[in-house]
Design a protein around this ligand. Structure first.
Ligand code: SF4
Ligand code: SF4
Length: 96
């Protein structure tokens, strides 16, 4: 998904705290619809190389994206099988 950047910088940028999330997947519930992967705004997720007992490849955090989740919870919202959720982790500062 392309990232759209604004040329303007919000005046309160330094005071904004971006939430950080930790992703948890329940592989046996997944049916590989890819909704969570396709709609994650931070491209955190990719398809696993492993399969669950039903033969579906479930989502995993992409290499190098371990700190990218912003705990928007959209993945858990769109998952029809309640197979993925996030919990809020340590907060991160807005990158310069
Ligand atoms: S909570 Fe948001 S940013 Fe984190 S993995 Fe889910 S959709 Fe992506
Ligand atoms: S949205 Fe749910 S069922 Fe679909 S791929 Fe993601 S975890 Fe699996």
């Amino acid at each position: 998904m392309p990232v759209i950047r604004s040329a303007r910088v919000p005046l309160d940028r330094a005071s904004v705290i971006v939430p950080a999330g930790r992703v948890y997947v329940i592989p046996q519930r997944c049916k590989e619809c890819r909704f969570c992967i396709d709609f994650c705004p931070k491209d955190v997720l990719v398809t696993s190389t492993e399969t669950n007992a039903k033969g579906y490849r479930y989502p995993v955090v992409a290499p190098g994206k371990e700190e990218a989740c912003v705990h928007c919870e959209f993945c858990s919202l769109v998952c029809p099988e309640y197979a993925i959720f996030t919990v809020e982790g340590p907060r991160a500062e807005v990158p310069a």
